[in-house]
Write a protein that binds this ligand. Sequence first.
Ligand code: AMP
Length: 417
Amino acid sequence: MQKFIDSYDFTGKKAIVRVDFNVPLDEDFNITDDTRIRRAMPTLKKVLEKGGSLIIMSHLGRPKKVDPKFSLKHIVGRVSECLGVPVQFAEDCQKADAQAAALKPGEALLLENLRYYAEEEGKPRGLAEDASDEEKKAAKAAVKESQKAFVKKLASYADCYINDAFGTAHRAHASTALIADYFPEDKMFGYLMEGEITAIENVLKNAKRPLTAIIGGSKVSSKLAVLKNLVGKVDNLIIGGGMGYTFIKAQGGKIGKSLHEDELIPDALAILEEAKAKGVNVSLSVKTVAGQAFENDTPRRIFDTHNIDPEWEGMDAAPESIENWKKIILASKTVLWNGPVGVFELPNFAKGTLAIAEALAEATEKGAYTLVGGGDSVAAVTQMGFAEKVSYVSTGGGAMLEAIEGKELPGIAAIRK
Ligand code: AMP
């Protein structure tokens, strides 16, 4: 049964905590952004404050074997600084028995990169490119078999398990899901996970109406499952960014050189049909800022989005589109935003995305619940200085996207079951 970090008695207990310390490092192994480390601190500090000790585990990058480039030893210093206690380091996550056993209340141990072992992800490594299906199947079965001992070893270090790694919650890995079975009465979410789960539920389960989703970004193909799930849930669906042009083309519009996916036109039409049948208001761009080349200083011109000249490419939402969307956003009680409505990386085409961020901030101030999650909209709000002005900015790109697709995330299910 799921327990809660606030009410759990950690006195004299060892907690094994899965965090996401997958931070960016420069060539000299200096951390260039420690946000992920800082976001895990409330959970880690709570365990120590309540008389427990910590065994901290994470992955870093995508090593395919033991590789010093991806060693978590590079970050021990920063973790110690943030936590305010010295952090010991276990050079092999499978050989930390003695160090874990010696931990006293208030002490912390960081395990080496879990992904040095194929068992963490449970995927075979080193298979020959021309391996037969039989060989692939056998290798997969072998790693699944050795994964059991891997999980058991990690679990043996501790009395309770906390998952605070939302960024990997969509993966059924050893440390994110399988280990929970060893702690049927002593498993819980950390604060970061709790925050993300509440945010998802505020939008997908308990939303105050009207509920509006703004879905942008580059491709319909990467957001198809999101759109299919949301069309049955929201009152308003704003579709912008590069993916919007496939919808405009599906309606017979001329979109010039704008990004589009012809093979997805039937899906786009099916989404529009379903929205109509369900009484969902779909709002597409009416005016577009187009460029002649995909670069910041290209000449710009505004077109009707349904009538873009052949040599021009839609790259941002123009003021009339933004005005329409702003009205919808400001009349909403809940707003979910996923994906920029223009090429926001190029300053001359960032105005539409900036205006959406501003509208979300205004709606939040008026009492709406606003969630920015999954994809580049997170980078956009952060970069534009609006992260503190919306209700919640998700930390997990892929995990949030899958949650919005309506999927049950293995990392969440493992704690709750
Ligand atoms: P996604 O990761 O799917 O959320 O897509 C984000 C990317 O979509 C960003 O890099 C944007 O530059 C890009 N994008 C947004 N609008 C457009 C557009 N009109 N044309 C091309 N790319 C776009």
